[in-house]
Design a binder for this molecule. Structure first.
Ligand code: AMP
Length: 285
């Protein structure tokens, strides 16, 4: 693999290699097996894969979160060396490479701006759209890989592609979990040991909830999720919504759920100082 830090050098390499399709895996580093599953999938489909590592300041609505976000480039490169090929590129730009001038663009994503993460992290998806748009412009990938863990992010990026007519296919990859069910996340390493023991309850609870869809009302399921998780000291459910996978419109009654659509239960939990998200499909059959 090659490590490249400037846009100019990256574009020269991509041009000289002349390989297609080009795959892009955007990350913020502090890599784990979830990220590596995206890279592995990209490698099976694309002869050239660009993996970006960039902690994008514009998507952090909380400055403390940005400051504390884990960074470990050395360990990231060690992990990537094991899964990448000779020509694959690790792109590690600094702020000036991504934003040579301040990015003042404001994006509008309709209903996607009015639910779940968008309500609790104002400006977050605008920042995500800025950085992903920039990476698309720089790399010009044919395929870009994202994790289903960031469920709403995938919908937002598909909408970005639609609105700005990017010629890129968006692939969503399944959530990779720890053996106890906790969705892997760079933020997990910030959890205090006592809290780490409690948080598998999140996945355990939404898993049981997904099996309740035929016997219980939506409001019973919501109460069950909140009640069960909040019994653990220090866990607070910020939201739990059951939404369809395209418009992400929260359903409030079972009748609103149409056969043929896919529905997911999406949750955000404040676990002490750390905020975690997860989701699971609520299958109708
Ligand atoms: P991040 O570094 O958190 O911005 O994540 C980079 C990409 O990895 C995003 O598309 C995430 O959705 C994806 N990702 C993060 N955690 C997981 C996971 N546990 N399983 C699958 N994909 C993940």
């Amino acid at each position: 693999m090659k490590v490249i830090r400037t846009v100019k050098e990256l574009q020269k390499q991509i041009k000289d290699l002349h390989l297609s399709p080009v795959g892009l895996v955007p990350t913020m580093g502090a890599l784990h097996k979830g990220h590596l599953s995206l890279v592995r999938n990209a490698i099976t489909q694309c002869p050239l894969v660009v993996i970006s590592i960039y902690v994008n300041p514009t998507q952090f609505n909380d400055k403390k979160d940005l400051k504390n976000y884990p960074r470990d480039i050395q360990s990231d490169l060690d992990l990537l060396r094991k899964v990448t090929r000779k020509d694959d590129i690790i792109f590690i730009p600094d702020d000036k490479e991504i934003y040579p001038v301040e990015d003042k663009r404001i994006f509008h994503f309709g209903n996607l701006d009015n639910v779940m993460e968008a309500l609790h992290r104002p400006g977050h998806f605008n920042g995500v759209a800025q950085v992903v748009g920039r990476l698309f412009d720089i790399v010009k990938p044919d395929v870009a890989y994202f994790g289903m863990k960031d469920f709403q992010q995938i919908a937002v990026i598909k909408e970005l592609v639609r609105q700005y007519k990017y010629n890129v296919k968006i692939v969503g990859n399944p959530i990779i979990r720890e053996p106890d069910g906790l969705a892997m996340s760079s933020r997990n390493r910030l959890l205090e040991p006592e809290m780490r023991k409690k948080v598998p309850l999140i996945y355990k609870t939404i898993s049981s909830a997904s099996g309740m869809i035929h016997k219980n009302t939506i409001s019973e399921i919501r109460n069950y999720v909140r009640g069960t998780i909040e019994k653990a000291n220090g866990l607070h459910v910020e939201y739990f919504e059951i939404v369809d996978d395209t418009k992400l419109k929260p359903v409030s009654t079972r009748r609103e759920m149409k056969k043929g659509n896919r529905y997911y239960g999406c949750i955000a939990v404040q676990a002490g100082k750390i905020r975690l998200i997860d989701n699971i499909e609520f299958p109708l059959v």
